[in-house]
Each structure stands twice: as structure tokens, then as C-alpha cells.
Design a protein around this ligand. Structure first.
Ligand SMILES: CC(C)(COP(=O)(O)OP(=O)(O)OC[C@H]1O[C@@H](n2cnc3c(N)ncnc32)[C@H](O)[C@@H]1OP(=O)(O)O)[C@@H](O)C(=O)NCCC(=O)NCCS
Length: 171
């Protein structure tokens, strides 16, 4: 398995990964059914505005996972989202995607990376902790699902020590 930066040509595959994981209705905030064409267009928009996306390729070249970094609100803070299809999990793909994203972040102007995760997603939380993310808070009953249920999420984040915090940066 290998992670590589996504291009516009990967947008459809990227969208299919998100659609497949959303169909499980268990791990990510996106609810099924995902409109794959619309999601692919969104991925192309993200790339065009400079968001960083990676795809995970299985050994046969099939795209089985994706990771995105999005600057949404506060300057210098990126939000991370990632998904791997069910039959490709637990084989180091999560680590491959995180290695790629963290390597890019360590050399970026970003000072912080954050994410949200369902509190019962032990595998994802374990992966994030391994990369130095810490829990910053709990958003209690924050998300209303289509079935009317309310879900809490954990906010996790990691401060970065890239070029922006090295002596002399910005001078
Ligand atoms: C979360 C996800 C990206 C992890 O990817 P993965 O390929 O399954 O994980 P990896 O094989 O790379 O394992 C990476 C690390 O995760 C952690 N991990 C894996 N399984 C775990 C488990 N059952 N419990 C706790 N931590 C676990 C470990 O730290 C592991 O490292 P190690 O194997 O060296 O100990 C993947 O399972 C996934 O896409 N799940 C569904 C979608 C999702 O939950 N996305 C995140 C939403 S916030």
C-alpha cells in the first residue's frame, strides 16, 4: 500500500471511497447515500483552492483510501478527515496516509491540525494518538443524524512545530 498526493484525476476514486465508507453508516459524519459525482466535483474544488488531498493505493493500484486537510476557519489550522474502505483496513494504510500528511504539515506554515471523531471509534482514536493528537474536548449531542439521533464527537488536535515556529521565521 502506498499513499500519494491526489490529483484531479483521482476525484472520482476519492468520492467512491467516501461513498463506500458512508454506506457503513458507522464511522464518518457523512451520511449515505453519497452523490459520487457531486462529491468528486467537491474534491476537484478542494484541490483547486489548494487543500491537500492524498489517496491510498492498494498493491494492485486500486484507490482504497483518502485523506484531506482543509483550512476551514482559524488561519494556520487545518482540519483532517480520512477514510479507508472496509476490506483494506488494518494493513498499515492509515499509517501510510498519516505519514504523508504529517510529513507535509511538518514543513508547512500550519501551526495546528485538528479533527473530530466519534467517541467509540477506537481504531481511529488509536491512530491519531499514535501521531501525537490529544483530546481537546467533547461536543455533546452535537450532530443530528437523518434518523433523528444525536451524536457526540471528540475534538482531537496536535500542535505543530514547523517552519512557522522556528527562530527567525517570518522575519
Ligand atoms: C481509522 C482508519 C483510517 C485506520 O486505518 P487502518 O488501515 O485501519 O489502520 P492501520 O492498519 O494503519 O493502523 C494504524 C494504527 O491504528 C491504531 N489501531 C489500529 N487498530 C486499532 C484498534 N482496533 N484499536 C485501537 N487502535 C488501533 C494503531 O495505533 C495502529 O498502529 P499499529 O498497527 O502499529 O499498532 C481506518 O480504519 C478507517 O478508515 N476506518 C473507517 C473510517 C474512519 O473511521 N475514519 C476516521 C473518521 S474520524
Amino acid at each position: 500500500m502506498r499513499a500519494r498526493p491526489a490529483t484531479a484525476d483521482d476525484a472520482d476514486a476519492f468520492a467512491r471511497v467516501v461513498a463506500a465508507v458512508a454506506d457503513e453508516n458507522r464511522w464518518i459524519a457523512t451520511e449515505p447515500p453519497v452523490d459520487v459525482a457531486a462529491r468528486a466535483a467537491l474534491a476537484r474544488d478542494w484541490l483547486q483552492r489548494g487543500d491537500r488531498l492524498w489517496v491510498l493505493e492498494d498493491d494492485d493500484g486500486r484507490v482504497v483510501g483518502c485523506l484531506g486537510l482543509h483550512e476551514l476557519g482559524a488561519r494556520g489550522v487545518v482540519s483532517l478527515g480520512m477514510s479507508i474502505v472496509a476490506d483494506a483496513r488494518g494493513r498499515g494504510g492509515g499509517r501510510a496516509l498519516m505519514d504523508a500528511a504529517m510529513a507535509w504539515l511538518s514543513d508547512s506554515e500550519m501551526h495546528k491540525v485538528e479533527l473530530e471523531v466519534w467517541p467509540d471509534n477506537e481504531r481511529a482514536i488509536g491512530l491519531y494518538e499514535r501521531y501525537g493528537f490529544e483530546v481537546e474536548g467533547l461536543r455533546r449531542d452535537h450532530y443530528r443524524r437523518r434518523d433523528g439521533s444525536l451524536r457526540s464527537s471528540l475534538i482531537m488536535a496536535r500542535l505543530l512545530s514547523g517552519p512557522q515556529s522556528r527562530p527567525g521565521a517570518g522575519t
